[in-house]
Design a protein around this ligand. Sequence first.
Ligand code: ATP
Length: 221
Amino acid sequence: MAKMQYAVIGMGRFGSSVASALSNLGFEVMAIDSDEQKIQEVASIVTHAVSADTTDEEALRALGVRNFDVVVVAIGADIQASILTTLILKELGVPKLIVKAQNELHGKVLSKIGADKVVYPERDMGLRVAHHLISPNILDYIELSDDYSILEIKAPAQVVGKNLKQLDIRARFKCNVLAIKTGDSMNISPYAEDIIHEQDTLVIVGKNEDLTNLEITYAEG
Ligand code: ATP
C-alpha cells in the first residue's frame, strides 16, 4: 500500500509541530503557508514547502491538494481564512480534513461545512494540565467524546497491595480499569484478582463526572 500523503496548512506552533512529527515518522508532507518566512523555516524538515494563500481556490487547486489523503488546516487567529480554506478544500474533494478551531463556535462552523475532525489543541492541553494540577498522580487525561474520557493515574497509596475486586472501581465510581502498567509491561486485560503494586499506573475509562469523582477521592488520599 502506498504511504499516506499529508498536507498541512498554517505553520504556526501547532501546524509546524504536526508537519515535523509526520515527517519524522517517515510520511510525505507538504507544508503550506502564506508567509514566505515560515516556509523557509520548515523547508528542510518537510518534503515540500510552498508559500500560498489558501483562501485562493485556484492556488489550492494548482497545488494539487485534492491528491493528498489528509489535509490539516492549522490556521488559528484568522478565523475567516480558516473557514474559507476548509470550505474550498471540502469542495475540491479532499478525502480527510482535520481542522484546528480557536473556540467552540469556530469548531461548530467547521463541522457544519464538512471538516471530518475538529481539534482544539489549546483547550485539550489546558484540560490535561488542570487534571495534573488536581493531583500529580494524574499522568494524563484524554477526552474520548464530550462525555467520556480516559484517565492515566499513578497508583495512589490506598490502592497499593489490593486487587481490582477489592477496589471495586466499577461499582464505586462506575468506571472501568482498562489496563495496569507495571514498569515497561502493560497488562491490557486485567483480572479481578490482579494486584496493584507501588509505582503501577492505572488506565481508567469512564464518564467525565465519574472520573472526577474518582480523581478527587484518590487525590485526597
Ligand atoms: P499556533 O497557536 O499554532 O502558533 P495560531 O493559532 O496563532 O497558531 P496563526 O499564527 O494565526 O495561528 O496561523 C498559523 C499560520 O497560518 C501562520 O503562519 C499564518 O501565516 C498562516 N496563515 C494564515 N492565513 C493563511 C492563509 N490564508 N493561507 C495560508 N496560510 C495562512
